[in-house]
Design a protein around this ligand. Structure first.
Ligand code: 5CA
Ligand code: ZN
Length: 381
């Protein structure tokens, strides 16, 4: 729970813009949008920051493979992401900072870490910089993995445990020296570009201060990404980056994780392009608890379309059923464990009894409309 009265802060890891927003991203950002809405409903002023990973290998590789300019690819995918989020009624983070406009913040943090002896340069043809930190102290506090598990996951998720010249196999790249044909920038660590984890550490700590309340993202970011963000901030400031980490579950398709690299995507823009109501997509996402992995299929969508139609019917009709008790129950489901699935079922019960009992409780109808709009981001009018 937020520690400062009336103010809460959250940093959610943003997209790498090389392909369109899929339902897995949609689930993650709608989940944190509900966190934002629930906090606001509790009376907090919310500081919500998000990054855009517009400098990273997968983006450069996709641009090279398809023969397009990486900047153009990043810009057009970012535009599409923003319009998808708007359609899904996700409240926009502020600031929303790209890595390319945050190079100064990243360099400042790296210079500080260098002064403290927390990063070192490899002695070979490409003298890249690595974060060594203190691997005994608190490392593992985010992911709770043992060293063996860490090594395995590190290799799977972009790490380079076997790079020669590293002091420790888990040390993370923080500044990659320029290679021919790769985009690079001048800096006091040499010409190059930042590694992944340090990007988020720098953007989050410089905008929100440390420690802030929550760092969020999908569960695939727990290790190594969030573990390293936490370790780097601690090495730089002596304080944790975030007090709490929240990870949303993975959305799959046909039994495997939906991911750009696997290519098994259901894109938000595709569904909307087929004429699907964005509120049905939002309801389909909200029907799942944020900590349980789930798979997208036709049934999930059909249920959401049907649910939206029932909610709209109730919102447009007359009712004799008071909404206040329903509102209290929904609040409590959301505040306790972000049980959006139970919240929707609670509203379903009001909707069905409302449709079954026409009356003249007009205040209750408008209460329901405003409430679902504010707390769940679902418009039913
Ligand atoms: N740019 C980094 C974070 S700094 C990144 O992970 N980008 S991403 O485009 O791959 O993912 C964007 C967000 O969506 C991340 O929070 C990620 O954890 C989440 N995400 C990715 N795939 C899924 C999925 N299948 N289900 C749920 N969330 C997902
Ligand atoms: Zn991140």
């Amino acid at each position: 729970m937020p520690s400062e009265q009336r103010r809460a802060s959250i940093y959610v890891c943003g997209i790498t813009p090389y392909d369109a927003t899929h339902l897995g991203h949609g689930f993650t950002y709608v989940t944190f949008d509900v966190v934002n809405r629930v906090w606001r409903d509790c009376g907090f002023e919310v500081d919500y920051v998000q990054n855009l990973t517009d400098l990273d290998d997968p983006l450069f590789e996709r641009a090279a493979a398809t023969g397009v300019d990486w900047r153009g690819l990043a810009d057009s995918e970012t535009q599409l992401f923003r319009s998808d989020m708007e359609a899904l009624r996700v409240i926009a983070p502020e600031p929303y900072l790209s890595v390319s406009e945050s190079l100064g913040r990243i360099e400042e943090l790296l210079v500080h870490l260098r002064e403290k002896g927390q990063i070192y340069q490899i002695n070979d043809e490409y003298p890249d910089w690595y974060f060594c930190g203190d691997h005994q102290d608190d490392f593992g506090g985010v992911s709770h993995l043992n060293p063996e598990q860490m090594l395995a996951v590190f290799a799977e998720r972009g790490g380079d445990p076997d790079r020669t010249g590293k002091r420790h196999r888990l040390d993370a790249l923080v500044w990659r020296q320029a290679r021919d044909g790769e985009p690079s920038w001048e800096s006091s660590l040499g010409r190059g570009r930042p590694g992944w984890h340090i990007q988020c550490t720098a953007i989050a700590s410089s905008t929100l201060g440390v420690p802030f309340d929550v760092q969020g993202g999908g569960s695939d970011l727990c290790f190594p990404h969030h573990e390293f963000c936490q370790a780097q901030a601690r090495a730089a400031t002596g304080k944790p980056l975030a007090r709490t980490f929240i990870h949303s579950a993975m959305v799959g398709l046909d039994g495997s994780k939906m991911s750009k690299s696997e290519g098994n995507l259901v894109k938000v823009s595709q569904l909307l392009g087929q004429g699907l109501d964005p509120m049905a997509v939002r309801l389909a996402l909200l029907a799942h608890h944020y900590r349980s992995d789930w798979s997208w299929d036709g049934k999930v969508l059909a249920q959401a379309v049907n649910r939206l139609a029932r909610w709209r019917e109730a919102a447009m009709g007359t009712t004799s059923v008071d909404f206040s008790t329903t509102a209290d129950q929904v609040r409590s489901h959301l505040r306790q464990d972000l049980r959006s699935d139970h919240a929707l079922e609670t509203i379903d019960r009001w909707v069905e009894s409302s449709i079954a009992s026409a009356g003249d409780h007009a205040g209750s109808r408008s209460h329901m409309i405003d409430f679902t709009d504010a707390l769940l981001g679902v418009t039913v009018t």
